[in-house]
Design a protein around this ligand. Structure first.
Ligand code: ZN
Length: 320
């Protein structure tokens, strides 16, 4: 069978974990319930593992596409009756901070929304220090384009990933709302520009949908403190936007978190048109299917090239 994606070791980069134990507490965006999260260091090659600690016995849920159990307005993962909702902002922050391995203990069934972006998580990871491990980092390398299109309602929703030596995202958004700038966002993304250009973008919702969502048990914790809220014509948050195209940047933030449920960082160019969690997860599942058909092969090291620090470690962002 022809393969479109393989797993490769990067000779010049090492896997990382958090160097300290970190705590987060807050309200879940959808459940409206308080939950807390403890992020602990984990050994190389263990990946990101979530554990529901508030139910007995503990439910261990690997951050893996195979464990995605819901993609309605957020990405949830679950196993053996235990579910954790809205993992995408935390996953995005873990990606941004260069963390390959961590144990994420959750007391509750949803990751706290914090301010609706990934910034709080990212800053905590970064400030506590990122610890390099002694195993090389593994990437998914795209060999040939992989496309997923949602033709169900003819809305032009699609996502594709093409071969690249970097991780690049082009996101095309087309919202019919006067306060939401449609257009595209294109960027080669690394840890530093993730922090600066993406991590601060908040989730968003429309006032007209709130009643329906709440009836369906969603957005129960959503407020002006953790989301951009729009009425028919404008943004209701008094402080305004953090980026002029904050909406599209949040879609990119979500996409990075969803893609990280592949279990690995990716070298590839992603082109996403009007995507959400559902189609993002379809791409991730497809990629993981290809990985199951291939075995880990080593990237040929450049001669005399010494291992460098992880890409994020040298460029300490200034937290404002
Ligand atoms: Zn989001």
């Amino acid at each position: 069978m022809e393969n479109f994606a393989i797993l490769k070791e990067e000779k010049n980069e090492f896997q990382c974990t958090v160097s300290d134990i970190l705590f987060f507490k807050g309200i879940g965006l959808h459940t409206g319930k308080e939950s807390s999260v403890v992020v602990k260091p984990a050994k190389a090659n263990s990946g990101i593992t979530f554990i529901r600690k508030d139910i007995k016995p503990d439910v261990i849920i690997k951050a893996d596409a195979g464990n995605i159990c819901s993609t309605t307005l957020r990405t949830s993962i679950g196993k053996n009756g235990g579910c954790i909702s809205t993992v995408e902002h935390l996953m995005s922050a873990l990606w941004g901070a260069g963390i390959d391995n961590a144990q994420v203990e959750v007391y509750g069934d949803e990751i706290p929304a914090m301010d609706g972006s990934a910034r709080v998580f990212y800053e905590a990871f970064y400030e506590s220090g990122i610890k390099e491990l002694n195993k090389r980092r593994r990437y998914i390398e795209i060999l040939k384009q992989v496309v997923v299109a949602d033709n169900a309602d003819n809305a032009g929703i699609s996502i594709a990933i093409y071969p690249s030596d970097d991780f690049e995202i082009s996101y095309i958004m087309d919202f019919n709302h006067p306060a939401v700038a449609s257009g595209s966002f294109n960027m080669k993304i690394d840890g530093f520009n993730f922090y600066k250009e993406i991590s601060h973008a908040r989730t968003f919702g429309f006032l007209k949908d709130v009643e329906y969502l709440k009836k369906n048990g969603l957005a129960l914790g959503g407020s002006l403190d953790n989301a951009l809220v729009l009425d028919e014509t404008s943004v209701l948050n008094k402080e305004g936007l953090r980026y002029k195209d904050e909406f599209i940047r949040h879609k990119v933030l979500d996409l990075i978190g969803d893609l990280y449920l592949s279990g690995y960082r990716i070298k590839g160019r992603v082109v996403a048109k009007k995507t959400g969690h559902d189609i993002n997860s379809k791409l991730v599942k497809k990629l993981n299917g290809f990985l199951n058909n291939s075995k880990l092969s080593d990237r040929t090291p450049a001669e005399n090239k010494k291992p460098q620090a992880v890409p994020n470690a040298g460029a300490a962002p200034q937290f404002a």
